[in-house]
Design a protein. Structure first.
Length: 199
């Protein structure tokens, strides 16, 4: 299972936003990476802007290029708004759903606990982070991972905002409906991504 294992602060600085939920730990977010990052500024071209949006979305959801391209191709093959379909596919990944339910502090952590078989979907253990959850699916955590300190903190947190397409009661989450573009809180210009792959 391929994933990015390099420096994450560098990626957040490249995109100018906190991609990985590091919060106060992330410093110099407004300075691009590299020795001369803050010294030169040039307005991006249309291609450059589209590329940055594509890279940002890939990094937010923890997906590499080939898999992301697969999502785009699938979205383009479905009738309706391609951008909305793409975001729906990304949002319905199991690792993202676990994160959105507030079970973990970051998507990377959600991916890890899914990979280690600590997540149950409809009562069955799944270890596929890219699994597409469906309407009516029930998602919960096994007893072992619930006792882990950082997971316990996440489960006890009161200020977690659960998106409207999900319902959470105690440690059980249910998929109420298919997510829409309005449910995505991250600043992603999906139109730029679609145009990038339509060239």
């Amino acid at each position: 299972m391929a994933r990015y294992t390099g420096p994450k602060d560098r990626l957040s600085r490249r995109e100018g936003i906190d991609l990985f939920g590091k919060g106060a730990k992330l410093t110099r977010v407004n300075i691009p990476p590299g020795d001369h990052g803050g010294k030169r500024f040039r307005a991006p071209s249309q291609y450059g802007r589209q590329l940055r949006e594509k890279q940002k979305a890939k990094r937010i959801y923890g997906v590499l290029e080939r898999q992301f391209r697969g999502y785009v191709d699938k979205a383009m093959g479905v009738r309706g708004n391609t951008g909305d379909t793409l975001l729906s596919l990304l949002e319905r990944r199991l690792d993202n759903t676990v994160y959105r339910l507030g079970f973990t502090p970051t998507r990377a952590n959600a991916r890890q606990i899914v990979s280690h078989k600590h997540v149950l979907v409809n009562g069955k253990k799944l270890n596929i982070p890219s699994y597409q959850v469906k309407v009516g699916d029930s998602i919960t955590l096994d007893n072992k991972i619930q006792a882990t300190p950082h997971i316990k903190l996440s489960l006890e947190a009161k200020n977690v905002k659960i998106p409207e397409w999900l319902k959470k009661k105690a440690i059980v989450g249910v998929v109420k409906r298919v997510p829409k573009a309005d449910d995505v809180t991250e600043p992603i210009s999906v139109q730029d991504i679609v145009e990038f792959y339509s060239r």
